[in-house]
Design a protein around this ligand. Structure first.
Ligand code: GDP
Length: 197
C-alpha cells in the first residue's frame, strides 16, 4: 500500500470520544519504549506523526491518524511502564480495554514486541486476554536492526515456541526495524489485504 496521506485526527480519553465515522481501524500497542512511535512514523513515512514517548508525564490518550482518507491508524498508550502509580495503571487499563472491547470498527490490533527480549508476562497475558475476547491481533517484532540476522531468527523461534504452549494457531508475525525501514511493505500490505476484504 502506498501512503498518500497521513494526518493526525484527534486524541481521546475514551472510546466514546473517538471519531464517529466507521472507517476501519488498526490499533498499535505495546510496552513503553518498544518502538511504537518510531514504527508509526516509519509506516506512514512521516517523521514526527507519532510523538516519541521520551516525554515524562505524557498524557495518556487514544490517538487517531487518518490514512489515505480510508482507514485509521490508532496509537494506543504504552503499557507496563514501571514508574506509574497503581491508580494510573488502572485508568490506563480501563481506557485500553474499553477501546478494544467497545470499538466496533476495530479490525486488528498490532502488538509490538522488542525482538531482543525474552517473552514478557505482561505481553503474553495481554494476548491471552485478546484471545478470550475474540480480538484479532498480529505481532510486530521491533528493533530487528539491533541484532544479527541469526539472533533475530533464534529469538523469533524461541518466542514462537512460547506461544505454541498456549496457541494452537500462531498469530500473523512481522519482523521490523524502524531504523532500516524493514517490514514496512509487509505490514502495510497486510492492512491493505484486509481492507480490500
Ligand atoms: P515508544 O515508547 O514505544 O513510542 O518507543 P519509541 O518509538 O519512542 O522508541 C523508543 C527508543 O527505541 C527510542 O530511543 C528509539 O530511537 C529506539 N528505537 C525505536 N525503534 C527502533 C528501531 O527499529 N531500531 C533502533 N535501533 N532503535 C529503535
Amino acid at each position: 500500500m502506498e501512503i498518500k496521506k497521513a494526518e493526525f485526527t484527534l486524541s481521546a480519553p475514551m472510546e466514546s470520544m473517538c471519531p464517529k465515522d466507521t472507517k476501519p481501524e488498526y490499533a498499535f500497542i505495546g510496552r513503553s519504549n518498544v518502538g511504537k512511535s518510531s514504527l508509526i512514523n516509519m509506516l506512514t513515512g512521516k517523521k514526527n506523526l507519532a510523538k516519541t514517548s521520551a516525554t515524562p508525564g505524557k498524557t495518556l490518550l487514544i490517538n487517531h491518524f487518518i490514512i489515505n482518507n480510508e482507514w485509521y491508524l490508532v496509537d494506543l498508550p504504552g503499557y507496563g511502564f514501571a514508574k506509574r502509580s497503581k491508580k494510573e495503571v488502572q485508568k490506563l487499563e480501563q481506557m485500553i480495554n474499553g477501546y478494544i472491547l467497545q470499538r466496533e470498527q476495530l479490525v486488528n490490533v498490532f502488538l509490538l514486541i522488542d525482538i531482543r527480549l525474552e517473552a514478557q508476562k505482561i505481553d503474553l497475558e495481554f494476548m491471552e486476554w485478546m484471545g478470550t475476547s475474540s480480538v484479532p491481533f498480529a505481532i510486530i517484532f521491533t528493533k530487528a536492526d539491533k541484532l544479527s540476522a541469526s539472533k533475530v531468527l533464534q529469538n523469533l523461534n524461541a518466542y514462537k515456541k512460547v506461544l505454541s504452549e498456549t496457541w494452537e494457531e500462531l498469530p500473523p508475525i512481522f519482523v521490523t526495524s524502524s531504523e532500516k525501514k524493514q517490514g514496512r511493505d509487509e505490514v502495510l500490505d497486510y492492512i491493505e489485504q484486509i481492507n480490500k476484504g
